[in-house]
Structure formats: C-alpha cells, structure tokens
Write a new protein. Structure first.
Length: 64
C-alpha cells in the first residue's frame, strides 16, 4: 500500500486499510478500528510529534 504520496488524506488511508482487512475476513467494525489505529501510526511516524501536531491544529482551524 502506497501512503507516501503527498496530499493523501487520513480518511483515504483509513478506507484503503479497512478494505484490506475486510477482504481478509474481519468484521467491518473491527476492520475500521484496526484501520484507524494503523493510519494513526503511519501519520505520526511520517510527520513526527511537532509537525503532526501542527497539521492537526491547521485541520481543526480549517474545519470551523
């Protein structure tokens, strides 16, 4: 799974991971839980604590 592209949205990554786990036989609820945790790990490893916090804060301000 390629999640290294610039501009990949968190929800898109979650959707890809969820689809993968559903195909492997997991329930949709369990697949969603695994997907969110995995996407979060990818996000924090890719951006780190400081840059990740800045991205989240910008996204929250933009959402208002």
């Amino acid at each position: 799974m390629d999640v290294g592209e610039k501009g990949v949205r968190f929800e898109d990554v979650v959707r890809q991971i969820k689809r993968y786990y559903i195909k492997r036989g997991y329930s949709p609820e369990r697949a969603e839980e695994i997907a969110r945790k995995t996407a979060g790990k990818i996000f924090w490893r890719k951006f780190g604590k400081r840059q990740g916090a800045a991205i989240i804060s910008r996204a929250r301000r933009k959402r208002r």
